[in-house]
Write a protein that binds this ligand. Structure first.
Ligand code: C2E
Ligand code: CA
Ligand code: CA
Length: 412
């Protein structure tokens, strides 16, 4: 993926031309270079309200590139206009390289701006108006905005000052009962607040773009730990390591280069590393994700779909991307015994995996009965509290050393 260039596209409109239409999906904003435009809102009763006019040096249509939402207003040229197009792609690229705090503030301001429009009830499309729950969530988010910015700042310090750690959760092969490897899970030990769970800090790291730096750290640390664990335990098989990545990581132009660099620096064979990504990532990054993933796969890395079954109903993407492992989401595993439809879903995912020559890993296996049911269904591998919680490195070394005499090994 070479560095992408910024292409400047100008559009010309004659007086009276409609530049964008309320309710339509847009994928760019415009900077007005010449001419005047009028912003019109169609209200829910069908009447048209003239909101404002805009002239050279102002931006229109900015919400569409920030949150993918439909146009909130119609914009009409009232003079001949020359507009500079700012595509969503270009905007995201610029935002990604911005300072993380600036980035977060930009997002918060834009969220508030949109809510203000929503509160003023100027949408005419009922489908685009958030539910009261959405609004409440937004309000909570806004009240937390200061905290989020502080957390993003603290997280930046955390990466630089070794407050991040990885814990490792074993992955066990159902058939052979061997230990295959681990999933690396990030932990943040905040100096004042103690352990902060990944469910709290990962979204902040993603929104601020700091996740890119954190993931890089995690991959390097996980590879180094894999060397140490293998060395200290003398385990017979080459153990593997799964590392989680988010869509922000994939949007980073240097992603591949960094992965290759870390693998060669740590001297880890690519086939010992699995990249865990969610379905959502594939849906939001369809263009460059395929290229990036294909190159990873060609280099020998494993590609696992995390939380499989929770994201999207369309399965066609499974053919399209070079995926080799499906991780059955833990909510299905958890509900499998009480809920027949969850059980059927788990069965179908395992069958789907088999049909497509993909490995299946069940997550959230909490007891012997879960393990037995899944093994019976033909699931390949298992991960969950039944075998072990995620453990710090020194404890995982003991776990690996003792696996052969661990009573769990012969229990399922
Ligand atoms: P995930 O990738 O789905 O990871 C599995 C989560 O399930 C982990 O939570 C793990 O501790 C938990 N878990 C494992 N076995 C069981 C079980 O038997 N029962 C139950 N109830 N839970 C189990 P954790 O460590 O809190 O991580 C939560 C999420 O945070 C992860 O979900 C992942 O989405 C994200 N995350 C963690 N580390 C990283 C990272 O390094 N990078 C990125 N991008 N995301 C991460
Ligand atoms: Ca995962
Ligand atoms: Ca998962």
């Amino acid at each position: 993926m070479g560095a992408m260039e910024t292409v400047q596209t100008y559009k010309s409109y004659k007086s009276g031309d409609i530049i964008m239409t309320q309710g339509e999906q847009g994928d760019c904003a415009y900077l007005i270079e010449e001419g005047q435009v009028e912003i019109l809102i169609e209200k829910s009763d069908g009447s048209i309200e003239r909101l404002a006019t805009r002239g050279p040096g102002t931006v229109i249509g900015e919400m569409a590139i920030v949150d993918d939402a439909p146009r909130v207003a119609t914009v009409q040229a009232v003079e001949d206009c020359k507009l500079l197009e700012i595509s969503r792609e270009d905007f995201n690229r610029r935002l990604d390289s911005a300072d993380p705090v600036i980035k977060m503030i930009a997002q918060i301001i834009l969220t508030r701006y949109r809510d203000m429009l929503v509160r003023a009830s100027i949408f005419n499309d009922p489908d685009s108006v958030p539910t009261p729950e959405d609004l409440e969530r937004k309000v909570v988010q806004q009240n937390n905005a200061g905290e989020m910015i502080k957390m993003a700042n603290d997280f930046k310090i955390a990466i630089e000052s070794n407050q991040l750690q990885l814990h490792y959760q074993p992955i066990i092969d159902f058939e052979t009962t061997e230990l295959k490897g681990f999933e690396a899970l990030m932990r943040w030990k905040h100096p004042e607040q103690g352990m902060i769970p990944p469910g709290v800090f990962i979204p902040v790291a993603e929104d601020s773009g700091l996740i890119v730096q954190a993931s890089r750290w995690a991959l390097r640390e996980a590879c180094q730990a894999l060397n140490r664990i293998q060395g200290q335990t003398g385990y017979d098989f080459d153990l593997t390591m799964s590392v989680n990545f988010s869509s922000t990581d994939f949007a980073d132009e240097n992603f591949l280069e960094q992965v290759y660099l870390i693998l060669s620096e740590t001297d880890i064979e690519p086939n010992r590393i699995n990249l865990e990504i969610t379905e959502r990532l594939l849906m939001t990054q369809p263009d460059n994700a395929k290229e990036t993933l294909s190159m990873c796969r060609q280099a020998g890395l494993g590609i696992s779909i995390d939380d499989f079954g929770t994201g999207y109903s369309s399965l066609s993407y499974l053919h399209y991307y070079p995926i080799d492992t499906l991780k059955v989401d833990q909510t299905f595993v958890r509900n499998m015994r009480a809920d027949d439809s969850a059980r059927e879903l788990v069965k179908s995912i395992i069958a789907l995996g088999k049909n497509m020559q993909m490995k299946t890993i069940a997550e959230g296996v909490e007891d012997l009965e879960d393990a037995q049911i899944l093994k019976e269904m033909g699931c390949d591998q298992s991960q969950g509290y039944y075998f072990s919680r995620p453990l710090p490195e020194h404890e995982i070394v003991d776990f690996v050393r003792d696996w052969d005499i661990n009573p769990l090994k012969s229990s399922f």
